[in-house]
Design a protein around this ligand. Structure first.
Ligand code: ATP
Ligand code: MG
Length: 426
């Protein structure tokens, strides 16, 4: 894509009321637009990142048997009354509205009821189980405070999968597979080295749930981490009993600030009972379905990646989620140099390499460099009078100055070499 055609422009300043680094950088880069605190629109660059994250999660869910669907955002009051979660006294984060012909509806703040209600129509025999449906969806929560940018939205984008199993063994087996799938996701999006499986409070059906906590200084949660095993305990269940139960040594645990990028939860029959979600086993005996829930906040994850990896010049996207693989910059306003850069651009496009081409004539070299650092695309390739003349690498016809976002200095490469480097990556 040509940057001259991109309707968003970078900004020197973020809105003065924006206090989080992730939103500040993402707004300045033109990835997102702030409506109000906790409510953001995703602009073309931001949407490209979210879609990459989404695809990684989709692949990992499908490998373990996930079936993608799309549930409605407007929710029927009656189904939430079955679990006593309609009442504002019970759930204080609802956004609700009224229908014209009377009656109330709510905007999804989570999905257990909707899934249980749908699955009730399709499950009756042991042959129907297990099932692992999931969706990507906008979720609405009337959070009291929202000062962490896209890490805590009042409207946010998530993935939720619910497991429907015949018994505890089948459930536990899938639960363990999901732990691995989540670790794969966080590794693939570039924050695996900072993300720890964390014991958190469970419910009436299991002592613990598991959170995936990414250690960053602005995290809203407190965890106690054993760096050796990579296991952590959330503050809410941090006590001598938990420590000894998990075989950890209190002296080796360190307190960290972290953000919960995902969590997995055993639900038992908490939802299947109120929805009368039952099946008949091989012997014809009626049993309740065993459920689990598995969430990841994609927008929170995107904000976490920014917080965790950015430097003082701007964002640093891991290659797996970057809006483009390479940022091609042409410097000066010489027509022959522009023609040369254009050839390189077309060749990258033809080779299916995602390239953002800064083809703007009126922008200075210094500004282009600063913007490239802010946008954080993994590779920067500069075409200029100097790069084209540089014969130090013995490049016939001149070269391209290639540099990773994380490197200080670039090197001169030919177009062929550039294609080779980038193709190996994609
Ligand atoms: P928190 O404890 O941070 O409020 P939660 O435990 O209420 O989150 P869940 O209801 O379990 O969150 O939601 C599943 C996932 O959705 C979380 O692990 C997190 O990644 C994400 N998430 C939750 N609330 C938000 C939010 N307000 N904005 C963005 N992502 C969120
Ligand atoms: Mg939580």
């Amino acid at each position: 894509m040509k940057q001259s055609k991109l309707f968003t422009k970078t900004k020197k300043e973020a809105p003065s009321d924006e206090v989080s680094k992730n939103a500040e950088l993402l707004i300045r880069g033109g990835f997102i637009h702030k409506e109000i605190a906790g409510v953001y629109s995703y602009l073309p660059l931001g949407l490209r990142v979210i879609k990459k994250i989404e695809n990684i999660i989709r692949e990992e869910m499908n490998v373990i048997g996930g079936q993608e669907m799309k549930t409605s955002i407007l929710q029927n009051k009656e189904i939430w009354e079955k679990t006593n979660r309609w009442d504002d006294e019970v759930v204080d984060t609802w956004f609700k509205t009224k229908l014209k012909n009377g009656g109330e509806i709510g905007l999804s703040f989570t999905n257990e009821e909707a899934y249980s209600n749908i699955l009730k129509q399709y499950v009756s025999s042991y042959k129907d189980l297990p099932i692992y449906p999931y969706d990507f969806k906008n979720i609405f929560r009337n959070e009291a405070r929202s000062k962490s940018g896209i890490m805590r939205g009042r409207e946010f984008y998530w993935k939720a999968l619910y497991s429907f199993s015949k018994d505890e063994i089948e459930h536990n087996n899938f639960y363990e597979k999901m732990k691995v799938a989540y670790q794969n996701v966080f590794k693939r999006v570039g924050i695996g080295h900072l993300t720890y499986i964390t014991f958190a409070s469970g419910g009436s059906f299991s002592k613990f749930s598991h959170e995936f906590q990414t250690v960053i200084s602005v995290g809203e949660d407190t965890i106690y981490l054993d760096e050796n095993s990579g296991v952590a305990i959330n503050k809410e269940v941090y006590n001598d009993e938990t420590i000894s139960q998990l075989g950890l040594d209190k002296a080796k645990l360190t307190e960290k600030r972290a953000v919960e990028v995902g969590n997995i939860f055993s639900l038992g029959t908490k939802f299947s009972e109120p929805f009368d979600l039952k099946y008949r086993d091989e012997k014809g005996k009626e049993k309740s379905v065993i459920m689990g829930s598995y969430g990841i906040g994609l927008s929170r994850l995107m904000g976490t990646i920014v917080e965790a990896l950015a430097d003082d010049k701007g964002i640093i996207w891991p290659e797996s989620v970057a809006p483009f693989n390479i940022h091609l910059l042409v410097l000066g306003d010489d027509d022959t140099i522009f023609a040369e850069a254009n050839k390189i651009y077309e060749s990258l496009e033809k080779n299916k390499i995602e390239v953002l081409f800064d083809d703007r004539k009126e922008v200075s070299a210094g500004e282009k460099f600063a913007e490239a650092d802010l946008l954080g695309i993994p590779y920067r390739a500069v075409v200029s009078a100097r790069s084209l003349k540089d014969l130090s690498a013995g490049v016939v016809g001149g070269g391209i100055e290639l540099k990773k976002r994380t490197e200080e200095k670039g090197k001169i490469v030919s177009l062929e070499e550039l294609l080779k480097i980038l193709k190996l990556k994609s």
